[in-house]
Design a protein around this ligand. Structure first.
Ligand code: P6P
Length: 346
C-alpha cells in the first residue's frame, strides 16, 4: 500500500474553507455551494463509470435548444446538478446547456441567496459511448445586486467572464479530477473512491508560456479563414529553433483537451468557420470558465481578437470562437489571424 504523506492530506473542503477565508466578506455560502457541487460531481462520476451497466447510454427522444439530440447521460447529469444545487439554499438561479431558459431556484425562500451558477453538465458527451474522457464545466457569479429582494433576471446569468466568483471543471477520465479557481490560482484534486474524498494533488498550476502542442479539428480545414489556415500550416512546418512541427492532439471533449493544455501547454482552437460563423463553444458555460482557469494559470484565452473574459454576452447560449492556452502560442495565432506574422509577408 503506498505510504500517504500525512502532511499532505488536504481535502477539497479544507481547501475551499481556506479559499473562503481569502474573501473577507464571505458568509459560508460559497463553501456550502461548492460542497453541493462536488457532491453532484461524485454522483455523476459514479454513474459515468458504470455507463453500459446502467441504462444510461444512448439518446433520448428530445433535442436541446441547439438542435442537438440529447443523450441520456446529459439529461441525467443535468438533473443531478439541478437537484443537488437547489437544496443548499445558496443559489437563487442557474442556467444550463440543457435548459432553454434560466431556472429560478425556489426564490420565495431563497431570494436572499446571492449566487448564481451556470454549467455544461456533460461536455463532450458524444464520447461517453466510446469510453472517452468527458466533463462538467461550471461558473459561479454573485448576483449583480446582492441586496435586492427582486427575483434574479437573465442579467445575473450573462455577466462578463471577468465577474466570475469561481470557475472550474470536473473531468471523468482515468481518474476523476476537479479543477477550480476563485481568482487565487488554479488547484487540482483527484477523487479517492476508497475514502470518498477529493484530495488536493496540485496547487497553483502554471501553464508553460509556450509548448509544441496544438489541438483543433483539422477536418474543418477548408471551412477556416485564410489566416487561421496559414497558422496551422506554419505549426506543421519543420523548424528546430521554434520547436516545429508541433504535435497534434484532439480528443473532441473541450474540457479534456483544455485540461491537457493547462498541464502541458500549447494551444486549443475552435475558431469561427463557414459552418459555425460564431464558433461552436458557448461563452457563458464553456468558454468563460475555461478561460478563467487558463488565465489564472498564466495563459491567454481569446476569440482570436478579444480577451474572452471581457466579452459581454447578449444571451445565455451565445457561441464564441475560442483560442486558448500558452500565452506565446495564442499571441502568435492571433498575429496570423490579423495577417501580421512575418512568415505571412510575401
Ligand atoms: P467537433 C463537444 O460536443 C464540444 O462541445 C466540445 O467539448 C468539443 O471540443 C467540440 O464540441 C468538438 O466539436 O466539431 O470537433 O466535433
Amino acid at each position: 500500500m503506498p505510504q500517504l504523506n500525512v502532511s499532505k492530506i488536504t481535502t477539497i473542503s479544507h481547501h475551499i474553507d481556506a479559499e473562503q477565508a481569502l474573501h473577507p466578506k464571505a458568509t459560508g455560502d460559497f463553501t456550502g455551494l461548492m460542497n453541493d457541487l462536488t457532491l453532484a460531481i461524485r454522483i455523476i462520476a459514479r454513474d459515468v463509470r458504470r455507463a453500459g451497466l446502467n441504462d444510461i447510454l444512448g439518446l433520448t427522444k428530445s433535442t436541446n435548444v441547439h438542435g442537438e439530440q440529447v443523450r441520456k447521460l446529459d439529461l441525467y447529469a443535468n438533473d443531478v446538478l439541478k437537484a443537488t444545487l437547489s437544496k443548499g439554499g445558496h443559489l437563487c438561479a442557474l442556467a444550463s446547456e440543457e435548459d432553454d431558459e434560466m431556472v429560478l431556484i425556489d426564490v420565495a425562500n431563497k431570494k436572499k441567496a446571492k449566487y448564481v451558477i451556470v454549467f455544461d453538465p456533460l461536455d463532450g458527451s458524444s464520447n461517453i459511448d466510446v469510453n472517452v474522457t468527458i466533463g462538467t464545466i461550471f461558473s459561479l457569479y454573485k448576483r449583480i445586486d446582492a441586496q435586492t429582494d427582486e427575483c434574479p433576471t437573465e442579467a445575473d446569468i450573462i455577466q462578463p467572464g471577468y465577474k466570475q466568483a469561481a470557475a472550474g471543471y470536473a473531468l471523468y477520465g482515468s481518474s476523476t479530477i476537479f479543477a477550480y479557481t476563485t481568482g487565487h490560482g488554479v488547484h487540482l484534486f483527484t477523487f479517492d473512491p476508497t475514502i470518498g474524498e477529493f484530495m488536493l494533488t496540485k496547487e497553483n498550476v502554471r501553464i508553460p508560456q509556450k509548448a509544441p502542442y496544438y489541438s483543433c479539428n483539422e477536418g474543418y480545414y477548408n471551412r477556416w479563414d485564410e489566416g487561421f489556415k496559414q497558422y496551422v500550416d506554419y505549426l506543421k512546418m519543420p523548424d528546430e529553433d521554434s520547436g516545429r512541427p508541433y504535435t497534434s492532439r484532439y480528443i473532441g471533449s473541450a474540457v479534456a483537451d483544455i485540461h491537457r493544455t493547462l498541464l502541458k501547454g500549447g494551444i486549443y482552437m475552435y475558431p469561427a468557420d463557414t459552418k459555425s460563423p460564431n464558433g461552436k463553444l458557448r461563452i457563458v458555460y464553456e468558454a468563460n470558465p475555461l478561460a478563467m482557469i487558463i488565465e489564472q494559470a498564466g495563459g491567454r484565452a481569446s476569440d482570436g481578437k478579444n480577451r474572452i473574459l471581457e466579452i459581454k454576452p447578449e444571451k445565455i447560449h451565445q457561441r464564441t470562437p475560442l483560442i486558448l492556452g500558452s500565452k506565446e502560442d495564442v499571441f502568435e495565432c492571433e498575429m496570423f489571424m490579423r495577417g501580421e506574422h512575418p512568415s505571412q509577408k510575401k
